[in-house]
Design a protein around this ligand. Sequence first.
Ligand code: SF4
Length: 479
Amino acid sequence: MKSYNGKILEVDLTKKKFNELFIKEEVYKNYIGGSGLAAKLLFDNYDFKDKTLSAKNLLSSKSELSSKDLISPNYALSPENLLIFMTGPLTATRLPGCATRFSVCSISPLTGIWGEASCGGSFGIQLKKAGFDGIVIKGASDSPVFIKIVDGNVEIKDALNLWNKDTYEVYDILKKEEGVTTSVSIGIAGENKVLFANIANEPGNYAGRCGLGAVMGSKNLKAIGVKGTGNIEFADSVKINELRKELIEKQKKNIALETLKAFGTDGAMTFYMMLGDVPIKNWNLGLWDEGGDALSGMAMAESILVKGRTCLGCPVACKRVVKVDEEKYKMNEGPGPEYETCSSFGTLCFNSNLKAVANFKKLKDDLEIGPKVFALNLIIKFIYHNPEAVIFIHSPNKEIIQGDREDVKPDVKMEMNADVAHRFWLGKVNLMVALTKGDIKAKGPIPKIMKLLPIIRSAYAIYKDYLKEEGFEELVNVE
Ligand code: SF4
């Protein structure tokens, strides 16, 4: 079947043996995608009667299992559990956002049920080019090992020199000493079977969900290094290239993808905060403006960001590269935090210090709104209807201009009905939703518009006070 090799690698770490498994075309068709195929392989090998639980057990009121059994990591961390790395039909196609992805699947030690994590980087592409669509790991080695795969040649090698090393170091060593192009590995957390341990592919890409690093650690498997130089045959490469071009063009007009590009996954912090969907103070609060602003992708762009980064060939480039100079949180240029890091180590812990979150120095004291707006170096034009009004914020000249002016060329234009504007300045309009619905029309570079959000939010209270001072108190309580 085109876009696949038709075989996966099966490695038994107890016996230190490996084998090629040939997969029927109908299986590929019926279980599409890396996690689909992995689910089929895992559950074909899973004895539902004897193991801790099954979906049936979970749903059955007659189940004799206690809740303790359900979350027991015993089975997940036993040699019987399978750890599966799997590519999908789109891996290596160069299609944006999916060509680099691969799945890692297993029974999760955190939940005792199915666990899967998706990861970027180049491991999936290299694996396919090395001749395998996936790897199924079973058993457990009695001492640390790593697997080396170079163009279909497989070796199980001693990993004592890699043990106790972090994933960045392991990646460097395997590249330098073993000549592989990429690798997946666990760090100290995985070795110690910490139940939320990750598996890393190159610095900055993680199969982070469901504690699959602990499963890898339980098998004494420190890493898998791969080099693949083969070609993948696709059914219609011309069509794939056309599709790639089309998707890249669509991306440029898509607010969500352009936000991802400009501010990384943490660009969503502000939006999720507005929805009340950010874990704050261990889920005690639904809103934390100060934290949301300080930990947002926009704040990162203004403080520690060096540049954006991408998984191989992906034009979205949502990854961050950051650098911190201050001694306390000093960090050399390297992978920056994503939304999950900023929420887990930031909002969840009620820590609004972005630099501390990413091992960084304290944020400087908040500036006043005026200097912040003027620092944007933008000319923003607000056009209101019913009644009509035009206002410019002219950052370079540090002035506010009332009334339309043909000689002033705005970088960003925002147009809306006056009642939308009123509710907007009271903080009752979600900018992203309003832009999507067309209640607010914006013209200009989307990343620059998004940069306005945290600043605008600080202005809500001022607008409220202004209305009260001017005797328009009744206008404050609109819905
Ligand atoms: S750069 Fe971002 S969007 Fe593109 S594949 Fe990597 S993680 Fe996904």
